[in-house]
Design a protein around this ligand. Structure first.
Ligand code: GLC
Length: 594
């Protein structure tokens, strides 16, 4: 019998808030429902995973100087913002998401001077920098925690959540990463349990303590005063806890993420953060919004609430192709295109008149988008990667593109546990092994879903180690780098990379693709995702085939023809008012009525 691991995948939440409205002073007369304009709605964000981007000192780990050496490449993509995963001082239990000094750079990544030169290099090129803000928890090696755990009367005791052992065992809280599944860890020094939603080395900060909040705001000011342009806020909906720690209501067993995202004071804290810090700077914010239900979305991002500007919602990436209730395992029956369309459409409608959305299909916590939502076999990889880029860049939401997805990088699919570096895969494996579970099945699942699929080094060239490092890479490089790499794709004008640049230029030249009204077409079509975007009397249609069989759809009623603005295949799908799409074909058409 299979054992069910009771832990869900880290869903990695995000939220953002209302920035000082960078709206145009006199917005043109447009449809009533057209959202207010703001620079952070118009940008395309490129996520750089620093460990895996470019190594400059040949220790096998990507670093800040490595990124600096690639700034012209980043500029050439046409992106406006770089989101950088954590580079702060960290023992790296969770690749930098366990911070031991928020004002220092980890030596593996370089120095503060390297950081400054990265920031200047980006700004010189007109690109903004968004940093990761990881303040639901610190590292257990942070001086605050070292103090806190040293005695019950230490002034930092109340920086973390402690449950004294004489009160018995605290009510169950699940951990995303813990080998035993519990978010409470007994600490013998003071005979008490501390709370850690993530690994044992990531104790949760006690936001209920105003001193904690003041420290966090100071950290934020430090980076804003340096000139950074925003924060991506790690698991920000989890910061508030019911500190009486009652038993988890039964409804949340199996979906404790939703409980974690509903802390009693989360909005109070975000409003305070906004008042104290965010409102004072012209910056952008995106929260990692795992667990946030669609009905709660506007509480985080409606302009009049003064919290965040945007957040990442996880409804699609947490469920598509995953086993319900246990996201560590794949389930290919759970991939319905009508369901995917429903999710995009529902979230678009939430933000139609207030707030603003984001769209992403890959990041450092996900497997590669072309492997998961497209088709990475040699025949279809190119077309399906371009098709997914077309989706990302034609939604009414701020698009986030994960590094390597501009090339169509694919899952590495490790088969040996020794190749993995992610503590989540390793800890679950060890737990399953101890419990006598099915390790082969687990590894087969991780080959598709593991976070390490998205963390293999950037493929720059066909040279050794893909041009990433002259040392030994910290994680194996996908052997397909000999074919799929920047240098090869630069030479081939039909490459995924060239298409990505063209697609970005299209989005940039068409404010309609940012602000235009979104309307789903052909809802039940199992092979084609089609929609229109319209603004000020103009309508574009986007048609995307999600199938190796292609698919059929039609122009919406009232339109007789369309001019193709971009097409990922050589052949036109237009047959009168019908579209006959090839395998993974993507087109954007400007619709006309004759
Ligand atoms: C977020 C990060 C993820 C990390 C976790 C704990 O979900 O994206 O990488 O493991 O938070 O900080």
């Amino acid at each position: 019998m299979k054992r069910r691991l009771e832990l869900l995948l880290p869903l990695l939440a995000a939220c953002a808030h209302t920035a000082p409205p960078a709206t145009t002073p006199n917005p043109p007369a447009v449809e009533i429902s057209t959202p207010r304009r703001a620079w952070w709605k118009q940008v395309v964000v490129y996520q750089v995973y620093p460990r895996s981007f470019q190594d400059s000192d040949n220790n096998g780990v990507g670093d800040l100087r490595g990124i600096v050496s690639r700034l012209n490449y980043i500029k050439s993509l046409g992106v406006d913002v770089v989101w950088l995963n954590p580079v702060y001082q960290s023992p790296n239990d969770d690749n930098g998401y366990d911070i031991s000094d928020y004002r220092a750079i980890m030596p593996e990544m370089g120095t503060m001077a390297d950081f400054d030169s990265l920031l200047q290099g980006l700004h010189r090129r007109g690109i903004k920098l968004v940093m990761d803000l990881v303040v639901n928890h610190t590292s257990d090696e942070h001086p605050w925690f070292q103090q806190s755990r040293s005695s019950r009367t230490n002034p930092y005791r109340d920086f973390y959540h402690w449950w004294p052992a004489e009160r018995g065992t605290p009510a169950k809280r699940w951990s995303f990463f813990d080998e035993e599944g519990s978010a409470w860890r007994y600490d013998s020094t003071t005979q008490a349990f501390y709370l850690h939603y993530f690994s044992r080395k990531q104790p949760d900060l006690k936001w209920e303590n105003p001193r904690v909040r003041r420290e966090v705001y100071d950290i934020m000011r430090f980076w804003f005063d340096k000139g950074v342009d925003g924060f991506r806020m790690d698991v920000i909906p989890f910061i508030s806890k019911d500190t009486t720690f009652p038993p988890l209501p039964a409804a949340y067993h199996g979906d404790y993420v939703a409980y974690y995202a509903k802390g009693p004071k989360v909005h109070e804290y975000l409003q305070e953060m906004n008042r104290e810090v965010l409102s004072k700077y012209d910056i952008m914010t995106v929260g990692e919004g795992g667990g946030v239900a669609v009905e709660d979305a506007l509480k985080f991002v409606a302009e009049d609430r003064h919290e965040l500007q945007t957040f990442f919602q996880f409804e699609l990436v947490d469920h598509w192709g995953r086993r319900p209730g246990n996201w560590l395992y794949p389930d290919s029956s759970n991939r319905s295109l009508p369901a995917l369309k429903g999710i995009f459409t529902k979230w678009d409608s939430v933000f139609a008149t207030s707030g603003w959305g984001t769209v992403f299909l890959g990041n450092h916590d996900q497997s590669r988008m072309v492997s998961r939502y497209g088709n990475d076999t040699p025949r279809y990889r190119n077309a399906s990667a371009k098709m997914l880029q077309t989706l990302l860049l034609t939604m009414r939401a701020t698009p986030y593109i994960y590094d390597g997805d501009e090339l169509g990088m694919a899952n590495i699919r490790f088969t040996d546990i020794r190749d993995y570096r992610d503590l989540m895969t390793i800890n679950y494996y060890n737990r399953l092994k101890r419990e006598g579970g099915d390790l082969r099945e687990f590894l087969a699942g991780q080959a598709e879903l593991s976070r390490d699929n998205g963390r293999t080094p950037m493929q720059w060239s066909a040279d050794s180690n893909a041009g990433f490092t002259a040392g030994v890479p910290w994680i194996r490089i996908n052997p397909d780098y000999r074919m799929v790499n920047v240098a090869a794709e630069e030479r081939d004008t039909g490459s995924v990379l060239h298409y990505f640049r063209r697609m970005i230029q299209l989005r940039k030249s068409e404010p309609l693709l940012v602000y235009g009204k979104y309307q789903l077409l052909d809802r039940e079509n199992p092979e084609v995702f089609a929609y229109t975007r319209s603004l000020q009397g103009r309508t574009l249609m986007v048609a995307l085939s999600f199938s190796a069989k292609g698919g059929m759809t039609a122009l919406p009623a009232g339109y007789t023809s369309g001019k193709i603005l971009i097409n990922n295949l050589a052949s036109s799908p237009l047959q009168g008012t019908r579209l006959e799409l090839g395998a993974y074909q993507a087109v954007v058409l400007e619709l006309t009525r004759d």
